[in-house]
Design a protein around this ligand. Structure first.
Ligand SMILES: [Cu+2]
Length: 110
């Protein structure tokens, strides 16, 4: 019986905590990971919400450099193995790897 009361106590505690949690100003933007593997963006086509962050991680032995966003308003540095770059998006855009122009990617903003 004590166990039942304890369970009820825990449930009521959870319920009473819920409103304060939603009332807090929380940052709802998500981080979408794109891995660079075998000279490909994985995935090469992502759909995100406005303000979401996209993070590219180079898992490739080759170096890569991203550019072409919004008519080339953004360009990453050269990413060696294990290096990453992040940015947030408000509008859809395509991009490319300058070093390997056949590497194309798209970020679609809902
Ligand atoms: Cu590349």
């Amino acid at each position: 019986m004590a166990r039942l009361y304890f369970s009820l106590f825990l449930i009521s505690l959870l319920i009473s905590c819920a409103p304060s949690k939603t009332a807090k100003p929380t940052n709802t933007s998500k981080v979408h990971i794109i891995e660079i593997l075998a000279s490909q963006f994985e995935p090469s086509d992502v759909t995100v919400d406005s303000g979401d962050v996209v993070k590219w991680i180079n898992r490739d032995s080759a170096a890569h450099q991203l550019a072409g966003f919004y008519g080339n308003k953004f360009q990453s540095g050269i990413l060696g193995y294990g290096e990453s770059v992040s940015r947030s998006f408000e509008k859809s855009t395509s991009y490319v790897c300058i070093i390997h122009p056949e590497m194309l990617g798209v970020v679609r903003v809902r």
